[in-house]
Design a binder for this molecule. Sequence first.
Ligand code: HEC
Length: 124
Amino acid sequence: MSFKHGLLLTGCICILFLLNSCVSNVEEELYPPDTCDTTQVTYSGTIAPIIELNCFACHEGEQSLSGIPLNGYDHLKTMVDAGRVIGALRHLEGFSPMPQNASSLPECELLKIEKWIDDGAPDN
Ligand code: HEC
């Protein structure tokens, strides 16, 4: 094979390789692997850390900015029972969208919170 043909061949293989990696990246974005595991959701292990990280800035105690405490199981359960949590987190009509002035929680965290509430919001 001549040097010229060799270059040409290498070039083609490179382009094929690039095209291929391009296509598989797009596929990953369109069809993300289903990695949201909601089978082991508990209040203490899953829910409390999400609330602490994303909500305590405005919801830790009655003196907090919102005046609506969500720290500790009893406080959160009260708001769950009032039916205010999912609507706020899912930005449904008639609810104040939460977290306030920020984008929604990641879908997987929302699914976990919904699972926990569907299970009766147990103190586990
Ligand atoms: C930047 C401050 C801020 C953050 C962060 C925040 N909230 Fe709020 N939240 C408020 C304020 C202020 C109110 C009361 C006024 C209102 O309803 O808009 C409120 C109200 C609520 C309500 C009642 C809404 C309704 O329509 O009845 C719920 C439920 C709630 N927050 C849940 C959460 C949860 C869960 C998080 C964390 C994922 C969160 N909030 C994060 C400020 C915040």
